[in-house]
Design a protein around this ligand. Structure first.
Ligand SMILES: [Zn+2]
Ligand SMILES: [Zn+2]
Length: 410
């Protein structure tokens, strides 16, 4: 990126922090948090910093215009101590990072590209480890985002909260915060006092539970009784057994959903749909009965249970949750790869939240020199793919292209 562009980005970010300092949402126990900053025009990061109060932090950000701003999910007695053991750890919020990087979506094969720095070969989709043409490992990539991957991230965030944190962990919605990451996902923060002292191992158990990792259906009600008739999960049992039982009931009450189950053969799906009413009635008995119509065996029940598991569980980035010293983006700061606001979203407003509208801040227009940008929509404006062109754009669109490194200041 040209120096001129880097300086422009620093200036725009600085201006944002000077004018919109009140958008910064300080984490609780502010003075016990470590802060970290990454820059546009400097290598490396500034870590192990703390601030006495919010005003000091905002002034610093307005002066320096950092590209990325993080705070520790942890609370420390000495947050600015240079090494972890010296910080005197006091607890960590439970945080989840949901990022489209962890999904395999059709849209990513269209809007993500990578290229080989040795032979110039380029292709769409996920960047491989080695160039398939020349075997070089020096590859670069451009990741983009669209409604589809952001909707999927939002869906996973909602699953964490509504399927697990609230019903199973008993965490109040008032102690959960959801934040748009500023790029391709969402962060879920929970700061209920009971979880702050949990160590990495306990947090890994939570991740395994939420992601449904290692579930053995035999431990959740699926066993054969003496007559070979399958017994299934009990909807009155706690935890995953109830989730699976309820998910199966839902499928047979809404039989068109049965077609969605991968792993079911067409004729099995047809039989299940035809018999859905009868099966559903048996599932509602006390105890629930998992009957096997002709052509449908016990294996089918486990295929259905697997589908329920996958659609109920959530995909989370494990290291972010299990690392008690992890840094997380500061809500209200800007994301240096997009210029979008890292924005807190009220749970009640989440369904309607659109990052391409509601996480934008830059006003005005500017002419930039575009190298190669994919199609995107920002606000209500759709931009076609652009290549080797000078163009006047709304500042929010220009900032996105500049931050992404696909345009320069003229
Ligand atoms: Zn190559
Ligand atoms: Zn996408």
């Amino acid at each position: 990126m040209a120096i001129k562009t880097l300086n422009f980005l620093v200036k725009q970010f600085s201006n944002y922090y000077r004018d919109h300092g009140n958008a910064i949402l300080p984490p609780s126990q502010f003075e016990n948090r470590e802060f970290a900053f990454f820059w546009f025009s400097r290598e490396g990061a500034l870590r192990h910093t703390s601030f006495a109060n919010l005003e000091e932090l905002i002034q610093f950000m307005g002066r320096e215009g950092p590209a990325h701003t993080f705070h520790s999910a942890a609370y420390y007695e000495k947050p600015d101590a240079p090494q972890m053991p010296l910080k005197e750890w006091r607890g960590t919020d439970l945080v989840f990072d949901i990022d489209a990087d962890h999904f395999d979506l059709p849209c990513q094969k269209q809007h993500d590209i990578w290229w080989c720095l040795e032979c110039g070969h380029r292709d769409h989709g996920r960047r491989p480890d080695l160039c398939p043409k020349c075997n070089a490992s020096r590859l670069d990539e451009l990741k983009w985002m669209c409604d589809e991957c952001l909707a999927k991230s939002k869906e996973e965030a909602i699953k964490i909260i509504e399927n697990f944190l609230v019903p199973d962990f008993g965490i109040s919605r008032s102690e959960i915060m959801i934040v748009f990451s500023g790029h391709r996902g969402y962060h879920v923060h929970s700061y209920t006092s009971e979880i702050l002292s949990l160590g990495s191992q306990a947090r890994r158990e939570i991740v395994d539970y939420i992601s449904g990792t290692g579930i053995d259906f035999r431990s959740h009600g699926f066993v054969d009784n003496a007559y070979g008739v399958p017994k299934g999960p009990d909807p009155h049992s706690p935890g995953w057994e109830r989730k699976i039982a309820q998910g199966i009931r839902f499928l047979f009450q809404n039989p068109s959903q049965l077609q969605k189950i991968p792993g079911l053969r067409a004729n099995q799906a047809r039989i299940l749909q035809e018999e859905a009413k009868t099966i559903s009635e048996h599932l509602m008995e006390e105890p629930a009965r998992y009957i096997t119509p002709k052509g449908v065996g016990r294996k089918t029940w486990s295929t259905i249970a697997q589908y329920v598991l996958e659609s109920t569980s959530a995909i989370v980035d494990e290291p972010v949750t299990t690392d008690i010293h992890r840094l997380i983006r500061l809500p209200g700061s800007l994301h240096g790869k997009t210029g979008f606001i890292v924005k807190k979203v009220e749970l009640s407003a989440l369904a309607d939240f659109d990052p391409f509208r509601h996480a934008q801040t830059f006003q005005g227009t500017i002419t930039v020199s575009i190298k190669d940008s994919p199609a995107f929509t920002l606000g209500s404006v759709h931009y076609p793919p652009m290549r080797e062109i000078k163009k006047e754009l709304p500042l929010s669109a220009a900032m996105l292209l500049l931050c992404k490194g696909v345009a320069e200041i003229t």
